[in-house]
Ligand binder design. Structure first.
Ligand code: ZN
Length: 149
C-alpha cells in the first residue's frame, strides 16, 4: 500500500464512522430512496434547491463503510454546485470507480478521488455509486425509490 492509499482508506473510514450531513432536511425540495440489494446498503437523499443551485443536501440510511462514506463526501462536495455540475461530477465519479477515468486527469473530483481504489473491486462499485443514482432521482422528483438492480 502506498501512503496515498493509506490516506484514502483513512478518509473513507472516517466518513463511514462519522458521516457528514447525516440528517433529514427541513424544507427539502426533493428526496429519494436508494437500495443496493447486493450489499444491503440503503440511503435516502434530501436536496433543497434554490433555482438551479444545490443549496443544501443531506442523507440518512444504513450501509457499508463505502456507501456511507460516498454519500457523506458527495453531500460535502455538491453543496453550492449547480444541477449541471452535479450531473457532470456524477459522470466523472462513475468513470473513476469503474476504471475509465484516471484520477489525475480529473482534479475537479477533489475528495471524491479517495474512491479510485473501488475500480479494483467491481462488486463495490454499486456501494460507491448508490448515493449518486439516488441523488439523480431526488433532483428529478419527490419520493422516488430506486434500486441498483
Ligand atoms: Zn455496500
Amino acid at each position: 500500500m502506498t501512503d496515498l492509499q493509506d490516506l484514502y482508506q483513512e478518509l473513507i473510514l472516517d466518513h463511514g464512522r462519522r458521516p457528514r450531513n447525516f440528517r433529514a432536511l427541513d424544507g427539502a425540495t426533493g428526496n429519494a430512496e436508494g437500495y443496493n440489494p447486493l450489499c444491503g446498503d440503503k440511503v435516502k437523499i434530501f436536496v433543497k434547491m434554490d433555482g438551479d443551485i444545490v443549496k443544501d443536501i443531506s442523507f440518512e440510511g444504513a450501509g457499508c463503510a463505502i456507501s456511507t462514506a460516498s454519500a457523506s463526501i458527495m453531500t460535502e462536495t455538491l453543496k453550492g454546485k449547480t444541477r449541471a455540475q452535479a450531473e457532470e461530477l456524477f459522470q466523472t465519479f462513475h468513470n473513476l470507480v469503474t476504471g475509465r477515468q484516471a484520477q489525475l486527469d480529473a482534479p475537479e473530483l477533489g475528495k471524491l478521488a479517495v474512491f479510485s481504489g473501488v475500480s479494483e473491486f467491481p462488486i463495490r462499485v454499486k456501494c460507491a455509486t448508490l448515493s449518486w443514482h439516488t441523488l439523480r432521482a431526488a433532483l428529478n422528483g419527490e419520493g422516488e425509490v430506486i434500486s441498483t438492480e
